[in-house]
Design a protein around this ligand. Structure first.
Ligand code: GLU
Length: 281
């Protein structure tokens, strides 16, 4: 009798854990993946001439969509929603999006509100200034106006690296860059690759230069809601697949390879960098 009860209870426990709620299941049921991407961070996420969101992060999301269609055994469509640095965690928490591939640095502080996939890109923070600027590094920023985005690690890092800089935080990096173009700020600061993207988007990119050494480490992870390991691991499996079947390399060369507007020469931004870990609080 006792044995039967234990057996029945363990079968029940097994059944409920197999069906534990996961977005992976919900996405299959609704047949649609809703992903957050940036519109202000070329070449990771921005609008092309036709107004469609494109970029490195958008391509990564499309790989997750592809794997979902196979897993769910039906076509899973994709809806892309704009996020900015300040609202991406909130959008995950309130369920407006299933995931965000949005240049998000994995930090232990952010892990208090969202979970991160494995790291899929590594960058670091630098400065973008006008070509004729005398600013050469964070040491030259005392009393200077520096634009960045609200809610970003860039905002926190620059305040720590240059306490005397006058930091102005904008909703979007593109707003910060317009402020630089119009002379309302003296520099823009964020991850070097986004700076490369902003510079390339200018009418005359040679009017701007990226200066100074890296002063932070920014390992990017995809964010998802907390405590949903089936969904998080599904994304990790896609990242693992694209890493081994050549897709990651293809996407990487499409955006950062030789002959592209965003060609990367710095080894820090190569995925082969082994130190892929979350960083500071
Ligand atoms: N990667 C940094 C961050 O997550 C800066 C870029 C961004 O704001 O998305 O805050």
């Amino acid at each position: 009798m006792k044995k039967t009860l234990v057996f029945t209870l363990s079968i029940l426990a097994l059944a409920s854990s197999a069906q534990a709620a996961s977005l992976r299941h919900d996405i299959c049921s609704r047949g649609k993946l809703v992903a957050g991407v940036k519109y202000d961070s070329p070449p990771f996420g921005y609008l092309d001439d036709a107004g469609n969101p494109v970029g490195f992060d958008v391509d990564i999301v499309k790989e997750v969509q592809k794997d979902l269609s196979a897993f769910c055994k039906k076509t899973v469509t994709l809806e892309l929603k704009q996020v900015v640095s300040k609202n991406r965690q909130e959008f995950i928490q309130n369920g407006s999006i299933d995931m965000a591939a949005a240049t998000t640095t994995a930090t232990f502080a952010r892990m208090d509100s969202v979970d991160f996939s494995n790291i899929y890109f590594v960058d670091g923070q630098r400065l973008l200034v006008k070509s004729d600027s005398s600013i050469r590094s964070v040491k030259d920023l005392a009393g200077k106006k520096v634009g960045t985005a609200q809610g970003s690690t860039s905002e926190t890092n620059i305040k720590a690296a240059s306490p005397k800089a006058l930091v102005q935080s904008f909703a979007q990096y593109t707003d910060a860059f317009v402020a630089l173009q119009q002379g309302r700020v003296d520099a823009v600061t964020t991850d070097s690759t986004i700076l490369l993207g902003l510079r390339a988007s200018a009418e005359k990119p040679t009017d701007y230069k990226i200066v100074g050494a890296f002063f932070s480490s920014e390992p990017y992870g995809i964010i998802v809601k907390q405590d949903d390991s089936k969904w998080r691991n599904f994304i990790n499996e896609t990242l693992s697949r694209v890493g081994s079947d050549g897709t990651y390399k293809k996407i990487f060369s499409k955006w950062f390879g030789k002959g592209t507007k965003y060609v990367l020469t710095d080894p820090k931004s190569q995925i082969t960098v082994p130190a892929q870990y979350p960083v500071r609080r």
